[in-house]
Write a new protein. Sequence first.
Length: 153
Amino acid sequence: MLLRAIQPESRHDVAFLGQVLADPHLARYVRGWGRRGDGGVIAEEAGGRVGACWYRLFPADEPGYGFVDERTLELGIAVVADRRRRGVGRALLGAALSDAASEGFAAISLSVEPDNPSRLLYAQFGFVQVGMVEGSWTMRAELLQQPKRRASP
Ligand SMILES: CC(C)(COP(=O)(O)OP(=O)(O)OC[C@H]1O[C@@H](n2cnc3c(N)ncnc32)[C@H](O)[C@@H]1OP(=O)(O)O)[C@@H](O)C(=O)NCCC(=O)NCCS
């Protein structure tokens, strides 16, 4: 899912995975998964995994592309191509934000290219642009305002 979030239209094969893991800026999104602040939700349909939304805290000396500060989670999201536009992404995002809020985090950010239509979805959950890094928007949302519920598509 990380590969899909990085390059929605590229091939998500072992070679691309190797490229991502060899890039220190990208590998830090998964390396050592399970530390404090790591979390997320997976969408399953008929036993298959069709999407995920996850979040992680980054240190200032190894930030993510959407880094705001060391107390703000950074979020990633992807749904497999043939299951998009059916409400899976919205359900994943709602559930992940609810979980992050109930874990006590106050804010969450992400990095999105300005022409990615997922920007519309983020805005609906209260994300606003707070910066621009290498042509991508950094967006941030307050978590305490997220509804404490889980949605199902
Ligand atoms: C972003 C993504 C996770 C959204 O998942 P999804 O299941 O397709 O989203 P939903 O069906 O829940 O759509 C929610 C809203 O997002 C917006 N949206 C998502 N994709 C869109 C598109 N291609 N065109 C226009 N609006 C879109 C719409 O506002 C939509 O609401 P609507 O269907 O009521 O109009 C999915 O498109 C994806 O995996 N994209 C590739 C990876 C990616 O870009 N990740 C984000 C990196 S920042």
